[in-house]
Write a protein that binds this ligand. Structure first.
Ligand code: CS2
Length: 491
């Protein structure tokens, strides 16, 4: 028997269920990119708002690419289980806030009409860094991106997130409906401003009047989102279904920690998120720098070097004392000086908590999963703190080791000679660089440093950057990741 509204009352008493009448909740938010992260984060806050009586803030979730989540959850009336994993076991909760599911490629019109509904006042997004079709080094729209070219040619049946946002905004404008607020929940630097720039540019390319209207009328508040959400495995699905006594085709696995810091700029209203644990602030920037540089920068460093050292998960990597120490040293010596503490934050406590979260053995967060899409992640996670360090004349050896780990990883061959399944929009460029290098670390560095979308023009021209990166990459080829990490933390 399947989890659904009809079977909700069969749940065992230790599984929390929605504390409100799910069928009475109405949609006020459309979400683009209804993957695991969204279902472990924003939807949970909204579920708590619904339980407090704010019943106009349920979610209509759309997949822009793979229909898998929608297909799994739709027959369950949008219900799914959130499993919070820690040393204390798994705490299960069924979430009800996802009231409608759409698969955009199958029916673009259904999504556009949901986004044009006057009752919808916010469109949230988790489409991953690459989903904004921008140039990661400059944060501007990639006008040659095939999806952008296609959406400009055929705006009423879009494929890309900017294409959907602009078409829906244009329809609202034509109908005299106030625009929705666009709330980016991806780990982009200055995510509100970045998405505003990309969307306004796309709108301008369609029609300069529309572009001006988007710039003047649409709010794009910035957010900092944080919760570690590994991909759900078949074993997880089985475990959850066994505990429920009902089949859940796609539960979500996560950690106890959750944080959402939101710039409070919602001209047409918002749910009472401050009542359910979100922090509504005037300026998200310090929170975002803290999170992207300390959490995500360490995460990527651990993912590349851990993978190369033969570790499947972040927790396994953190179980090696030298890696644990690497994170500590990287954070304390090189990254913390680039991170002004947000109001009231205790950075020492934040870093201690981060390391404990990474080490949580109940979460099987694969190094391979985090290693994905490095071209889109490196600029804000490692290269931004590197630029700040260089501007201050400070050393960057540990940050450079992370960048070199990425280079070794995207070469596509691991330390035992096995192929690496490199997933990245620029994977073909990496493969060309690796083929041109023929296994030579120096030539590989040259080839990869020439990728402007990642490194811009400044870093490849700065020997204070290229020197440590080349040295670290040569060390990785000579001795391997485990030995280089040992050496980096010695003394
Ligand atoms: C991770 C993030 O996959 C990745 O690149 O670094 O998804 C990370 O788990 C989240 O940002 C945590 O909030």
């Amino acid at each position: 028997m399947r989890l659904s509204l009809a079977t909700l009352n069969r749940l065992p008493p230790d599984v929390r269920r929605p504390g409100y009448d799910v069928s009475a909740a109405t949609v006020g938010v459309v979400h683009l990119g209804v993957g695991a992260f969204h279902r472990a984060h924003q939807t949970v806050y909204l579920d708590d708002c619904l339980a407090r009586g704010a019943n106009g803030w349920a979610v209509c979730g759309a997949s822009l690419r793979s229909p898998d989540t929608s297909q799994a959850i739709d027959p369950q009336d949008g219900l799914y289980t959130l499993a919070v994993r820690s040393g204390a076991g798994d705490d299960l909760r069924v979430v009800g806030a996802l009231r409608r599911l759409l698969v955009a490629p199958r029916d673009p019109e259904a999504l556009l009409s949901a986004m044009s509904d006057p009752r919808v006042r916010i469109v949230t997004l988790t489409v991953t860094e690459k989903g904004y079709c921008h140039d990661p080094a400059t944060g501007t729209l990639d006008e040659a991106h095939p999806d952008i070219v296609a959406d400009l040619a055929n705006p009423s049946a879009p494929r890309s997130a900017p294409g959907y946002l602009v078409e829906a905004l244009a329809r609202r404008r034509a109908a005299g409906t106030p625009p929705f607020t666009v709330l980016c929940c991806d780990n982009l630097p200055a995510n509100g401003a970045t998405v505003a720039r990309v969307v306004a540019r796309f709108a301008t390319l369609r029609d300069s009047d529309l572009g001006r209207w988007v710039e003047g009328e649409v709010a794009f508040p910035s957010t900092m989102v944080d919760r570690i959400v590994p991909a759900t495995t078949d074993a997880d699905k089985l475990m959850v279904s066994n505990r429920l006594g009902l089949q859940d085709a796609w539960p979500v696995m996560t950690e106890p920690f959750s944080q959402w810091v939101i710039e409070d700029r919602f001209p047409t209203g918002r749910p009472p998120l401050e009542e359910v644990g979100a922090e509504l602030v005037a300026d998200v920037r310090p929170y975002e720098d803290m999170k992207l540089h300390l959490l995500n920068g360490s995460h990527s460093t651990l993912a590349y070097l851990g993978y190369l050292a033969g570790k499947a998960t972040i927790a396994e990597t953190m179980a090696v004392p030298a890696f644990q120490r690497l994170v500590e040293k990287l954070q304390d010596q090189e990254v913390t000086p680039t991170v002004p503490a947000p109001p009231g934050a205790d950075l020492q406590a934040y870093k201690r908590a981060l390391r404990a979260r990474f080490a949580n053995p109940a979460l099987r967060h694969r190094t391979w999963q985090i290693a994905m899409d490095g071209s889109q992640k490196l600029p804000q996670r490692l290269l931004a703190p590197i630029r700040e360090r260089l501007a201050a004349g400070a050393p960057i050896d540990l940050l450079a080791l992370g960048v070199a780990g990425w280079m070794r990883y995207v070469s596509g061959v691991d330390e035992t000679g096995q192929a690496i399944d490199v997933r990245d929009p620029l994977a073909a460029r990496f493969a060309a660089a690796a083929a041109g290098a023929g296994g030579d670390a120096g030539r590989l560095a040259d080839g990869l440093l020439a990728i402007r979308e990642v490194f811009g023009a400044d870093l490849p021209a700065d020997p204070r950057f290229t020197g440590p990166v080349r040295a670290a990459l040569a060390g990785l080829y000579r001795e391997g990741a485990a030995a280089r990490v040992e050496a980096a933390v010695a003394g």
